[in-house]
Design a protein around this ligand. Structure first.
Ligand SMILES: [Fe+2]
Ligand SMILES: [Fe+2]
Length: 283
């Protein structure tokens, strides 16, 4: 079987999005959210309740008073934030793994993913953009394909080392594609379709390295790309991609980014990241 076929099989066999969370996400997506049902569904996962209650009191998610019950959190925060909180919790479990193929230590991948989520939202806020409600989650999940691809990179360790050392102009995802016939952005988008989650997030996953190619949701994808680039500049979960990260000049220009904006967003993101990582129950 070719690598491409093997990877496609691995995506089909990949576990469903954590089951309890799927029920929660379903409830949140209802036009009229039933908070009682939602609370019931969340209580099955004590870690989730604990994380949500910790995070709702943070600068990223919080309201300016202490919240001690889930019910109050729901009422005060609304569906969008609850959705983000649940996704953050799920990712804190799913992403806190070592990825030997991508040369990421435990917590590196979680840190990188959260950085892009928080950073994307900070960029949108600072630039006063009317982007989608799913921007945070799109940032959080942009590299999810690495979860599927990593074992294959481990199998091809020597090839990947040579690929990483090669000084040609190719971007990392072009190099992945040359070795495996598929790259982490494509694998991630396929995984996402397999999980049946919103299509604009799949667009951000598929095009986060080449935002100008996205057929729709371009602004969302560009913001995710810029936040991702910033994570590389700040060396947050860089791993094997290293210097082969290509900045989309067009995204930079289209968003009309000034140097001060980039610096401001970086400092905001550093602060929020510190707080979130401290609050998350990642052990
Ligand atoms: Fe990526
Ligand atoms: Fe990334």
């Amino acid at each position: 079987m070719s690598y491409q076929a093997e990877i496609q099989k691995a995506i089909r066999d990949f576990p469903d999005f954590p089951v309890g969370s799927q029920r929660i996400l379903q409830l949140i997506n209802e036009p009229e959210v039933d908070y009682e049902e939602l609370e019931k569904a969340m209580r099955y996962d004590p870690g989730l309740t604990a994380n949500v209650l910790r995070l709702v009191n943070s600068a990223q998610f919080g309201v300016k008073r202490t919240i001690e019950s889930l019910h109050r959190a729901f009422v005060l925060l609304g569906e969008k934030r609850i959705f983000e909180l649940v996704m953050t919790h799920v990712s804190s479990k799913l992403f806190d793994v070592e990825m030997r193929g991508y040369q990421l230590q435990p917590q590196d991948f979680l840190r990188h993913s959260l950085w892009v989520a928080v950073g994307a939202e900070q960029f949108a806020k600072t630039l006063d953009l009317q982007t989608s409600e799913t921007l945070f989650t799109a940032g959080l999940l942009h590299d999810v394909g690495k979860l599927v691809m990593d074992p294959f990179l481990v199998q091809e360790r020597e090839t990947m080392q040579a690929v990483a050392a090669d000084v040609s102009e190719d971007s990392f995802e072009q190099r992945e594609k040359a070795v495996f016939g598929i790259n982490h952005n494509e694998a991630g988008a396929m995984l996402f379709e397999h999980w049946n989650l919103p299509p604009e997030i799949a667009a951000a996953i598929r095009y986060h390295h080449t935002p100008e190619d996205a057929p729709d949701h371009q602004q969302l994808v560009k913001v995710v790309h810029i936040a991702d680039m910033q994570a590389y500049v700040e060396s947050v979960g860089t791993g094997i991609e290293g210097v082969h990260y290509h900045l989309s000049q067009q995204a930079f220009e289209d968003l009309d980014l000034a140097e001060e904006t980039v610096e401001y967003v970086a400092s905001q993101t550093v602060d929020q990241m510190k707080e979130i990582m401290q609050l998350l129950e990642t052990q």
